[in-house]
Unconditional design. Structure first.
Length: 299
């Protein structure tokens, strides 16, 4: 059994959007994925998002996605929420991936806004509703217009929240005003999808994070969210400020690239990237070391 969740925190509070480790020849590293998943849960994550963009989902096959979900569930599924990314810009394909994830035993689904084809809001409403209808699993929307090209409007979020299986939203919109209204009107569990805005989003009603920097600072993120939940805003602010170099450093370039480099520096499973992503240069790696050290990460 995965940890008990509540309607207010359906996937817990601290989740990491996990990278997909590969072997030196670029194949899926199942053993590495299991070891990394266990490490992240041991560090304090309530859940892991598998097969998201940080997991290089655009370049992994459907079969690899299924393998990865099953492997991570085997490693941590009795003590963490395993949320499977199933979003594509093809509604039928997303529904197929959702059913496959359900059969594998995933605890929830992450559905990103369809990218590139730029559907209107009615298309988004039908797309997400169809995914939610495809299985019995709870769904977290993923609103990231910087990648998808289209925001999920507040009115659309409010309408989607009426679906009994759409329970949460991962917010990478970067708009605290819109977030405030959407949280107040939708009642969805709100997760920060932008690490620099973790604390600001908590202040307007978010309940946790789906983090990239969680790969290296999960205990600090746990302390931050716990302090805020307990009313110690000063402590939460102090932690946020200490982590600013980490937030900055991990996003100087594409987040998967820096995350895999950071994991390699820490001796944790990561492996190479699949094109079109490429490794950091030596100069970029040196800067990453400076940023992580400045944020208290012991390398």
């Amino acid at each position: 059994m995965a940890p008990i969740s509540t309607p207010q925190t359906p996937f817990g509070r601290v989740l990491t959007a996990m990278v997909t480790p590969f072997t030196a020849d670029g194949a899926l590293d199942i053993d590495g994925a299991q070891r990394l998943a266990a490490h992240l849960v041991d560090a304090g994550n309530d859940g892991l998002v598998i097969n998201g963009t940080t997991g290089e989902s655009p370049t992994t096959s459907d079969a690899e996605k299924d393998q990865l979900v099953r492997a991570v569930l085997e490693a941590v599924g009795d003590r963490a929420q395993v949320v499977a990314g199933i979003g594509t810009n093809d509604t039928r394909h997303s529904m197929e991936l959702a059913r496959t994830a359900e059969r594998a035993g995933a605890h929830g689904l992450l559905a990103v806004t369809p990218y590139y084809n730029k559907p209107p809001q009615e298309g988004l409403l039908r797309h997400f509703s169809a995914i939610a209808d495809a299985t019995e699993l709870p769904v977290m929307l993923y609103d990231i217009p910087g990648r998808s090209g289209v925001p999920i409007d507040t009115e659309t979020i409010v309408r989607l929240a009426e679906h009994p299986r759409i329970v949460a939203n991962k917010d990478a919109k970067g708009d605290l005003g819109r977030a405030s209204w959407a949280i107040a009107r939708s009642g969805l569990a709100w997760y920060s999808g932008d690490d620099m805005l973790n604390l600001p989003l908590l202040s307007v009603g978010a309940i946790g994070f789906v983090s990239v920097v969680g790969h290296v600072v999960t205990p600090e993120l746990r302390s931050l969210v716990d302090a805020h939940a307990n009313g110690d805003v000063q402590k939460a602010t102090e932690i946020h400020q200490r982590l600013l170099p980490v937030f900055t450093g991990m996003f100087r370039t594409q987040g998967v690239i820096t995350t895999k480099a950071a994991l390699a520096l820490l001796g944790l499973p990561s492996g190479p990237l699949r094109l079109p992503l490429v490794e950091l240069s030596p100069e970029e790696t040196a800067q990453l070391k400076i940023d992580l050290s400045a944020g208290g990460v012991q390398l």
